[in-house]
Ligand binder design. Structure first.
Ligand SMILES: *[C@@H]1O[C@H](CO)[C@@H](O)[C@H](O)[C@H]1NC(C)=O
Ligand SMILES: *[C@@H]1O[C@H](CO)[C@@H](O)[C@H](O)[C@H]1NC(C)=O
Ligand SMILES: *[C@@H]1O[C@H](CO)[C@@H](O)[C@H](O)[C@H]1NC(C)=O
Ligand SMILES: *[C@@H]1O[C@H](CO)[C@@H](O)[C@H](O)[C@H]1NC(C)=O
Ligand SMILES: *[C@@H]1O[C@H](CO)[C@@H](O)[C@H](O)[C@H]1NC(C)=O
Ligand SMILES: *[C@@H]1O[C@H](CO)[C@@H](O)[C@H](O)[C@H]1NC(C)=O
Length: 364
C-alpha cells in the first residue's frame, strides 16, 4: 500500500519534471507573428498546385523551451488568394478570395524550431475546408476539377486563346478552379487555369520542357459557343520566391518544369486544390501529442465509402511529401475559449481580462 502510493507520487513527480517549460506568448505578439509568417511561407512552398495562402489568424501558440532551441507549436488559419503558386506576384500583392467565391480555408497545426536564431518548420498538419458561407442564389458554384463539361469548356477557351496569339501555342498545365453560374441566358462556366508554352513538333502539342517557357494564368467565362478568355502571363524576371520568404521551403521555380497535366489526366477526381495535409518526417512529438485532440470520425478504411467527396478533398499537391497516413479530422477547436491573463498588477479596480489567443483576424 505504502509502496504503491510512493510509486504513484514518484510517478507524478517524474511526470512533472519531464514536462518541458511552456511559454504562451500573445497570439498577436511580434514573436508569434514572426513564427506564423515563417509557417505561411513554408506551407506555400510545400504545395505546387493551386493557389497561395495567406495568414488570416493565429489561433494558438505554445513555446516549449528546449536545450537545443525553442519549439513553437502553433495553430494558424490561412485563406486562399487569387495568386497561383506559380505566379511570382509577392503574396503581399495577392488578393484574398472573398467568401462568395467559396474560398478554401486552411486550418494548420505547425511545429517550428528556433535553430540558432532561425525559425524552421519541422512538421505541420493542415485541414482544408471550403467556405460555403455567404452563398447566394445565382452565385458561382465550385465544380470538381474533373467536371467533364467544364474541362471541355476550358479546352475550347484555350483554343480561342491560341487562335488569338500568333507565334506561340499554349497548352494546359493545370486547372485551378472550375465553377458554374446561372445567369439570365442560362448556365455559364467560370474557370481559371494555368497554361505553358507548348512544343508543337508533334501533334498534339506538349508542354515545352524548359524552365524559361512562359507560363500564365487564364480566366475564361461563358459557354463553349461564346466566351471570353483572358490570360495573364507570369513575368519570368521576378524571382518566384517571395522576397521575404525565408526560403526554408523548397524553391518554387524548379530548374526543369514539372509537368503536371493535373485535372485532365488525374485519375482520382477532387473538388479543388488544397493545402498539403500532413508533413511530419521526424514524427514530431508535439504534432503527435496534438493527435490526442484529433478525432478520426470514421475508421480510415471506411473513410472513402463514407464520403468520397470529402476523401477526395484530401488531394495533396506534395504527394511525395505526403505521409501515407490517412486523412484525419480535427475536432473543431473551441476558439472562444480564449486564455485569459490578469491585467497588470499596477491596475486597481476591477480586474479586466485580456484575451491572449486567438489573435486578430486579418481578413474575415
Ligand atoms: C506590389 O505592390 C506594391 C505596392 O502596392 C507595388 O509597388 C509593386 O509593384 C507590386 N508588385 C507586383 C509584383 O505587383
Ligand atoms: C531564436 O533564438 C535566438 C537565440 O538563439 C533569439 O535571439 C531569437 O529571438 C529567437 N527567435 C524567436 C523568433 O524566438
Ligand atoms: C480563329 O480566328 C479567326 C479570326 O481571327 C476565325 O475566323 C477562325 O474561325 C478562328 N478559328 C478557330 C478555330 O476558332
Ligand atoms: C519538342 O519535342 C520533341 C519530341 O516531341 C523533342 O525532340 C524536341 O527536343 C522538343 N523541343 C524542345 C524545344 O523542347
Ligand atoms: C519584407 O520585410 C520587411 C521587414 O521585415 C518589410 O518592411 C517589407 O514590407 C516586407 N516586404 C514584403 C513584400 O512583404
Ligand atoms: C470525379 O471524381 C469523383 C471522385 O473520384 C468521381 O466519383 C467522379 O465519377 C468523377 N467524375 C468524372 C466526370 O470523372
Amino acid at each position: 500500500m505504502n509502496l504503491l502510493s510512493f510509486t504513484v507520487v514518484l510517478g507524478l513527480l517524474v511526470g512533472t519534471w519531464a514536462q518541458p517549460i511552456v511559454r504562451r506568448p500573445l497570439c498577436d505578439s511580434p514573436e508569434a507573428e514572426e513564427a506564423a509568417l515563417v509557417a505561411q511561407d513554408y506551407l506555400n512552398g510545400q504545395h505546387h498546385h493551386g493557389y497561395k495562402y495567406v495568414l488570416n489568424q493565429i489561433n494558438d501558440i505554445k513555446v516549449y523551451t528546449k536545450p537545443d532551441g525553442d519549439e513553437y507549436d502553433m495553430e494558424v488559419d490561412l485563406l486562399e488568394t487569387d495568386c497561383h503558386v506559380l505566379d511570382p506576384t509577392p503574396l503581399a500583392n495577392c488578393t484574398v478570395r472573398p467568401k462568395v467565391q467559396t474560398a478554401v480555408e486552411g486550418d494548420c497545426d505547425v511545429v517550428l524550431k528556433n535553430v540558432s536564431g532561425v525559425l524552421k518548420v519541422i512538421a505541420f498538419k493542415c485541414k482544408s475546408e471550403v467556405s460555403t458561407e455567404d452563398l447566394c442564389l445565382g452565385c458561382p458554384t465550385l465544380l470538381p476539377l474533373n467536371h467533364t463539361d467544364a474541362l471541355d469548356f476550358v479546352q475550347a477557351s484555350l483554343t480561342s486563346f491560341n487562335n488569338m496569339t500568333v507565334d506561340t501555342t499554349h497548352v494546359l498545365l493545370e486547372v485551378g478552379r472550375l465553377s458554374s453560374q446561372i445567369v439570365s441566358g442560362g448556365p455559364i462556366f467560370i474557370t481559371e487555369y494555368v497554361v505553358v508554352e507548348g512544343n508543337c513538333t508533334e501533334d498534339p502539342c506538349v508542354p515545352l520542357n524548359d524552365a524559361m517557357a512562359t507560363r500564365g494564368i487564364c480566366t475564361a467565362k461563358g459557354t463553349i459557343a461564346q466566351h471570353s478568355v483572358d490570360c495573364k502571363m507570369f513575368s519570368t524576371l521576378i524571382p518566384i520566391v517571395d522576397a521575404n520568404s525565408t526560403a526554408a521551403a523548397d524553391p518554387l521555380l524548379p530548374p526543369a518544369v514539372h509537368v503536371h497535366t493535373h485535372g485532365l489526366s488525374h485519375k482520382h477526381g477532387h473538388s479543388h486544390h488544397k493545402l498539403t495535409a500532413l508533413h511530419n518526417p521526424h514524427q514530431n512529438i508535439l504534432l503527435s501529442a496534438e493527435s490526442a485532440e484529433v478525432v478520426p470520425v470514421v475508421p480510415a478504411a471506411a473513410f472513402p465509402a463514407a464520403d468520397p467527396a470529402l476523401a477526395a478533398d484530401y488531394d495533396t499537391a506534395g504527394e511525395s511529401l505526403q505521409s501515407k497516413e490517412p486523412p484525419l479530422f480535427f475536432r473543431k477547436r473551441d476558439v472562444s475559449a480564449a486564455i485569459m491573463v490578469d491585467a497588470p498588477a499596477a491596475q486597481t479596480g476591477p480586474v479586466s481580462l485580456v484575451p491572449v489567443c486567438p489573435g486578430r483576424v486579418r481578413f474575415f
